[in-house]
Design a protein. Structure first.
Length: 321
C-alpha cells in the first residue's frame, strides 16, 4: 500500500530530477544560441514554431510568450504543415523546430522543405546527432539524461527543458528590445494584469458619488452627506478646493467627546491635509498609498479641483490586486 510518505517522496524525486535537467542547460549554451537570438531579433518576419506531440504543446506555449513580449510568432503543427499548412511560412520568417529525438517521420519530411524555402532553421532538440540537428542552421541543446517518468517514457524532463529554453529565448529577446512594463500592458489589456498596468484613477472614479460639504456645514449635514454617498467619508471643500475630510470615525470621536454638537461645524472636526491622488494616478499606485498609510479612502483631484473619493473597496472590486 502506498503511503502519504511514499507519495511525497515520489514528488520530491520528480522535482529534483527535473530541476537537475534544467540546471544542465547552462552547460549546453553555445555560440549557436547567441546567433539564433540575433537572427530572430533582426528578422523582418515572424517566428514560426513547429513540433509534434508534447513538443507541439511546448511550441504553443513559447508562441504565447513571444507574442506577449514583442516577438510576433505563430504555431505550425508539424503533421499539418506537410499536408498544406506550410503556406503559412513566409520568406522572411524564422523557423524553430522542437523535437526530443529529432528523428520523427514528420520532422524528416518537414525539415528539407523548410530548407528549400530558405528560412533560417533553429533546432531545439535533445539529440544533437539527429537528422533535425544536422539539417538546422543553429542547435539549441536540450538533452536530458532520463525522464522523470519511472519507465523513462512519458516526456517530463525533456519537455521541461524545452520549455525553459523557450523562456530563455523569450527573455533574451525582451532584453534586446528593451521591452518594458508599459509595452507588456499593450498586449495584456484584459484581466487583473491589464488593469494593474493600464487603469488610472480617472478610469474608475464614480464622480456621481462625490461627497462634499462646506467648512460651515452643520454636523447634521455632514452626517447626512456621509450616509447618502455611502463612502464613509466626505470632503470639506472651499471654492472647489479640498481643505479637509471627515470620516465616519471622526463623527464617532466627536460624539464621544461632546454631549451636543449643535454648536459645531465641519471645520471643527475635519482632518486637514488629507491624502490625495490625481485623476491620472495609476490605480496600482493609489492602492500602495492606501496600504502604506493604512487608510481606506483617497481624495481625488484634477490639479487642485476636487473630483471625488476613491475607496479601497472600489479597487478590490475591480480585481486588480
Amino acid at each position: 500500500m502506498t503511503t502519504k510518505k511514499d507519495i511525497l517522496e515520489i514528488a520530491r524525486k520528480t522535482i529534483d530530477s527535473e530541476s537537475k535537467s534544467i540546471a544542465k542547460l547552462v552547460d549546453y549554451l553555445t555560440d549557436d544560441f547567441a546567433k539564433a537570438v540575433d537572427v530572430i531579433y533582426n528578422s523582418s518576419g515572424r517566428l514560426v514554431l513547429t513540433g509534434i506531440g508534447k513538443s507541439a504543446i511546448i511550441a504553443q506555449k513559447i508562441v504565447a510568450s513571444m507574442n506577449s513580449t514583442g516577438t510576433p510568432s505563430m504555431f505550425l503543427h508539424a503533421s499539418e504543415a506537410i499536408h498544406g499548412d506550410l503556406g503559412m511560412v513566409q520568406p522572411n520568417d524564422v523557423v524553430i523546430c522542437i523535437s526530443k529525438s529529432g528523428n520523427s517521420p514528420e520532422i524528416k519530411v518537414l525539415v528539407p522543405i523548410i530548407k528549400r524555402f530558405g528560412n533560417p532553421l533553429i533546432a531545439i532538440t535533445g539529440n544533437i546527432s539527429s537528422f533535425l540537428a544536422k539539417e538546422s542552421d543553429f542547435i539549441l541543446d536540450t538533452t536530458v539524461d532520463a525522464e522523470a517518468c519511472p519507465n523513462n517514457l512519458a516526456p517530463t524532463n525533456s519537455t521541461t527543458a524545452q520549455l525553459v529554453m523557450g523562456d530563455v529565448l523569450t527573455i533574451c529577446l525582451m532584453e534586446l528590445r528593451n521591452f518594458k512594463s508599459e509595452d507588456f500592458a499593450k498586449y495584456h489589456p484584459g484581466g487583473a494584469l491589464g488593469k494593474k498596468l493600464l487603469l488610472r484613477v480617472g478610469d474608475m472614479l464614480d464622480q456621481s458619488r462625490r461627497p462634499f460639504v462646506s467648512k460651515e456645514s452643520s454636523i447634521k449635514k455632514v452626517i447626512f452627506e456621509i450616509s447618502e454617498k455611502r463612502m464613509g467619508v466626505t470632503a470639506v471643500v472651499d471654492n472647489d478646493e479640498v481643505v479637509g475630510i471627515i470620516t465616519d470615525g471622526d463623527i464617532r470621536r466627536m460624539l464621544n467627546q461632546n454631549d451636543t454638537f449643535a454648536h459645531l461645524t465641519a471645520k471643527d472636526i475635519m482632518t486637514t491635509n488629507p491624502k490625495t491622488v490625481q485623476l491620472s494616478t495609476m490605480v496600482a499606485d493609489a492602492f500602495n498609498i492606501l496600504e502604506d498609510f493604512s487608510i481606506t479612502q483617497l481624495v481625488v483631484l484634477d490639479g487642485k479641483s476636487y473630483k471625488g473619493v476613491l475607496h479601497l473597496h472600489d479597487i478590490l472590486k475591480e480585481g486588480i490586486l
